[in-house]
Ligand binder design. Structure first.
Ligand SMILES: [Zn+2]
Length: 339
């Protein structure tokens, strides 16, 4: 673990030197005072990303199983992170309680209210699950790396959770979102998407006008030899991938991974309940491509394998697209669905 921290610290110093990026605006953007303004996307803090991933994946949290003491500690940490960022709780409390059979479970949910009178009632949900599988069953202990039986869940999904926090920090700093943004960190994903199902159903009952859902899973390890830096599940179901790639002129932000369709990944993460309840563009961004990570749901999913520079690059690459989704034309489902 100590060696890990040292490597992380060194990579952080290197990555902290990035420059911020001017978004290329096709048309003038009006700020909330009605003035033309150029919007500069902030860079994510790799130091903060590393701190978040390290804490969530630490042995102290014992794999963040739903109902465990470890996940409760994680939830308290995440609420405090939102609070420190000055981001409000959603519906009066960061904790969105539900039950998994007799077990108490809670999503952590925060919001930044929209400011445009015509768009503020529209909601963009940005999410990731923060739970994991706890202690690994014997069969899942990878003999080459096992020093204990804690499935730390660093890549799955401390990385997605830290990504949501970094995007939340950026959006709070920008203070420019016409639509309302709800940041949702889900529990009980590993038990069958139960946290996201609960929140999507609650929001549906409340009459919330969710217009898009952007989800993150396993963004800690880069893919090799692919012409895009992330892939998106359900690629062909909406124009989300096109928007993210159009908004960033520097690189191909996201692409289509054939295995995502083969394994029906669109239906296997927390984007899916929002698609079911609201029938709007809802997708998961990931960089786990079935070839670059051998420790899925095993004790070897440790923070030492997570590439913080890669995570930071992904977040910075996605920001122009995120900004567009919360301020621009509504995303559209496509008629042609091939995944
Ligand atoms: Zn996951």
């Amino acid at each position: 673990m100590k060696k890990t921290l040292l490597i992380l610290s060194i990579s952080l110093i290197i990555s902290a030197c990035g420059s911020s990026k001017n978004i290329d605006l096709k048309s003038p953007v009006l700020n909330n005072a009605g003035q033309n303004t150029a919007i500069e996307m902030p860079n994510a803090s790799s130091v903060q990303i590393a701190l978040d991933v390290e804490y969530l994946a630490s042995d102290e949290l014992k794999g963040r199983d739903t109902g465990s003491e470890g996940i409760e500690k994680a939830a308290i940490y995440l609420s405090e992170r939102f609070s420190d960022l000055g981001i409000l709780p959603y519906q009066g409390s960061y904790m969105d309680h539900f039950k998994v059979e007799e077990i108490e479970a809670f999503n952590v949910v925060a919001m930044i209210p929209g400011t445009d009178k015509d768009l503020m009632n529209e909601i963009v949900v940005i999410g990731a699950h923060y739970d994991h599988i706890g202690m690994a069953p014997e069969a899942n202990v990878d003999a080459d790396v096992a020093v204990d039986s804690i499935a730390n869940g660093a890549n799955d999904n401390a990385t997605g959770t830290a990504t949501v926090l970094a995007i939340a920090a950026n959006l709070k700093k920008l203070n420019f979102n016409k639509r309302t943004i709800v940041f949702a960190l889900f529990s009980a994903e590993e038990k069958g998407l139960l946290g996201s199902k609960h929140l999507a159903q609650v929001m549906k009952k409340e009459g919330a006008d969710v217009v898009a859902m952007i989800n993150f899973e396993m963004t800690g390890i880069p893919m090799l030899n692919r012409p895009y830096i992330t892939y998106i599940t359900g690629h062909d179901r909406s124009n989300m991938a096109t928007v993210f790639n159009t908004e960033n002129k520097d690189l191909v932000v996201t692409g289509k991974l054939d295995q995502a369709a083969a394994f029906k990944l669109f239906m296997r993460s927390d984007n899916y309940p929002f698609y079911q309840e609201f029938n709007v563009p809802s997708h998961t961004f990931s960089t786990f491509d079935f070839t670059n990570f051998a420790h899925y749901h095993k004790v070897g999913d440790e923070v030492s394998l997570v590439n913080i520079n890669h995570m930071t690059q992904v977040i910075d690459a996605l920001m122009p697209g995120v900004f567009k989704v919360v301020n621009g034309d509504k995303l559209k489902l496509t008629a042609l669905i091939t995944e």
